[in-house]
Design a protein around this ligand. Structure first.
Ligand code: NAP
Ligand code: ZN
Ligand code: ZN
Length: 348
């Protein structure tokens, strides 16, 4: 049983601190991965602090994992020792329901098994994530990683990347569409890159005036400060799609009004408290709101391959694990450019 060093939260109110535990011995279908980098997602903060309820402690967060394979089970076909590998937000699902069969494992009828803050299907043992030196995962839930891109910039693709790629593909964003991306953080900056790459005219909708120059560098054609009433007024009935990545409580109706007739707001941000949606903002322009949760394994691989082909990576600030609590505080203030990534060498 490989002993693993990690950082864990022992409770919702205590900072992350050193922790160690044993991973399972790799089974016939498992790959064992030495973790090199792990991204820091705002969902880590929500779950560490039990903002969504039901958190399991101790909790080792982290679901944007890249590393190198150190062992494979006897039936593993996709991976060999020494290969690069990635793990995203889930490590198992029922594999038989209609969603799993369709490659939509994230919507598994029995519930996907989260990479952390979940429970293994057979043993009910808690799952521990990527703020750790190694992980053991079934090869069917493990992704192939190209050696063409910098690995620290690839790690955030496993959640921030797929969470924005998947809905933009689902609604068919392309040239001719006007897309607004609300919130410029980890998800937002990937959404700008993908929407621009798919040919759309992209507007960054941000509460932070200091992010304007970066938004343009990331590929946004326009920048709109959401606190400026004149700017917001000028954007009424403007967008085909708004991808809403905001992590904190906000008023949906303000942004619904920016959608043109038949426009769609795609919600991916998960504020801890629910938002009310006034019917008037929907009915007068036949607008809709849809939600989207990460992406399935097949689409995640497609996204990783797309990024390798188009040289798309996340803009990252690499930190040692010892700085993760400070990184959380900065993210809550919207002060991240644009993803913190933990260099797991700092744990060894
Ligand atoms: P993040 O890096 O912290 O970025 C969130 C951004 O939202 C901030 O940079 C800020 O952008 C904006 N924001 C924050 N507080 C705000 C406020 N009070 N009012 C207006 N804007 C505010 O977070 P992330 O990692 O991208 O995650 C974003 C959300 O998506 C989280 O709730 C996370 O749990 C969720 N998520 C969902 C999925 C899914 O599958 N649906 C997957 C991953 C994450 P500006 O400074 O530009 O305003
Ligand atoms: Zn995430
Ligand atoms: Zn299923």
């Amino acid at each position: 049983m490989p002993n693993t060093k990690a950082y864990a939260a022992q409770a919702a109110t205590t900072p992350l601190a050193p922790f160690s535990f044993d991973r399972r011995t790799p089974g016939d279908h498992d790959v064992q991965i030495e973790i090199l980098y792990c991204g820091v997602c705002h969902s880590d903060i929500h779950q560490v602090r039990d903002e969504w309820g039901g958190s399991i402690y101790p909790m080792v967060p982290g679901h944007e994992i890249v590393g190198r394979v150190t062992a494979v089970g006897s039936h593993v076909k996709k991976f060999a020792v020494g290969d690069l590998a990635g793990v995203g937000c889930f490590v198992d699902s029922c594999r038989t329901c209609a969603n799993c069969q369709e490659g939509l494992e994230q919507y598994c009828d029995e519930g996907m098994v989260g990479t952390y803050n979940g429970r293994e299907r057979v043993t009910n043992a808690p799952t521990y994530g990527g703020y750790s030196t190694q992980i053991v995962v079934d090869e069917n839930y493990t992704l192939k990683i190209s050696d063409k891109l910098p690995l620290e910039g690839v790690a955030p693709l496993l959640c921030a990347g797929i969470t924005t790629y998947s809905p933009l593909r689902y609604v068919g964003v392309r040239k001719g569409h006007k897309v607004g991306v609300l919130g410029l953080g980890g998800l937002g900056h990937m959404a700008v890159k993908f929407a621009a790459s798919f040919g759309a005219e992209v507007t960054m909708l941000s509460s932070s005036p200091s992010k304007e120059a970066d938004a343009k560098k990331l590929g946004a054609h326009h920048f709109a400060l959401t606190s400026d009433p004149a700017t917001m007024n000028g954007l009424q009935n403007h967008f085909d799609f708004i991808l809403n990545t905001v992590s904190a409580q906000h008023d949906y109706s303000t942004y619904l009004n920016l959608l043109k007739t038949n426009g769609t707001m795609i919600v991916v941000g998960v504020p801890p408290t629910p938002s009310a949606v006034p019917a008037f903002n929907l009915i007068f322009k036949r607008r809709s709101i849809i939600g989207s949760l990460i992406g399935g394994i097949k689409e995640t691989q497609e996204m990783l391959d797309y990024c390798a082909e188009h040289h798309i990576v996340s803009d990252v600030e690499v930190i040692p694990v010892q700085e993760v609590n400070e990184a959380y505080e900065r993210m809550i203030k919207g002060d991240v450019r644009y993803r913190f990534v933990i260099d797991i060498a700092s744990l060894k």
